[in-house]
Design a protein around this ligand. Structure first.
Ligand SMILES: [Zn+2]
Ligand SMILES: [Zn+2]
Length: 227
């Protein structure tokens, strides 16, 4: 005990927004939640736990989704904020039978669990040319869209490192280095304000070491070697 509670004290415990991991034959539910170290861990709930349905695995609905409720009714997810041109989507579920609208959470409580029938692949959403991730389906741990230093297509931030964070042994590409071919980083150190000095060599070590002075935040494409 850390001193906040006394043995035998009576408490209510609330856990919000965790995902179901399993429900066994006896109805014992395990959930996934972060442990104190930040890793996802399974926790078994006692039989007394009151478990309320919030949403299915694909929750929350995305604009353009088609969902089916428990009675077989079909619902369209529409973003009603489009007209206001705000960035924050405000999703309502529209019954396909007649124009009847409900908030997703309310619909799911009343007629859930909802099941996803169709989710549109956003055709105009660029896929990272190296890992295929998209904005709505990013890399594990998160990533963002970045400008491709080689301008070969869409790219995500997982593959770029700033020049100042390069490590000896890393194999990288930059369009201005060795004709855009792969080079191995030898060492990097701070130069004038906002600049770093990078020593690199072609991966076959055929040519001598090259030193360049570049902006500390110059994006460089990772292409293998030590991390
Ligand atoms: Zn990527
Ligand atoms: Zn990514």
């Amino acid at each position: 005990m850390t001193g906040r509670f006394k043995v035998g004290e009576v408490v209510d415990i609330t856990i919000k927004g965790v995902r179901i991991n399993n429900e066994d034959a006896d109805g014992i539910v395990t959930v996934l939640a972060d442990n104190p170290l930040g890793a996802t861990t399974r926790y078994e709930m006692p039989p007394q736990a009151a478990i309320e349905r919030v949403g299915p695995a694909e929750w929350p609905p995305q604009p353009g989704d088609l969902w089916r409720d428990q009675r077989g009714g079909l619902w369209f997810a529409a973003d009603i904020h489009d007209v206001d041109e705000t960035d924050v989507p405000e999703i309502v579920m529209v019954w396909t039978h007649e124009d009847y609208r409900l908030r997703p959470d309310l619909l799911n409580q009343r007629s859930g669990p909802l099941t996803l029938v169709h989710r549109e692949e956003l055709a105009d959403e660029p896929k990272c040319r190296l890992c295929g991730c998209t904005e709505t389906n990013p890399c594990e741990g998160g990533c963002r869209r970045v400008d491709d230093p080689q301008t070969l297509g869409a790219l995500c931030s997982s593959h770029l490192v700033e020049a100042q964070h390069l490590e000896p042994g890393q194999v990288v590409r930059h369009q201005a280095w060795h004709g855009g071919h792969r080079v191995r980083i030898d060492r990097v150190f701070a130069w004038e304000a906002g600049q770093v000095s990078v020593f690199y060599q072609d991966t076959t070590a055929y040519y001598p070491l090259v030193e360049v002075h570049v902006a500390a935040d110059l994006p460089v494409l990772l292409d293998g070697g030590a991390r």
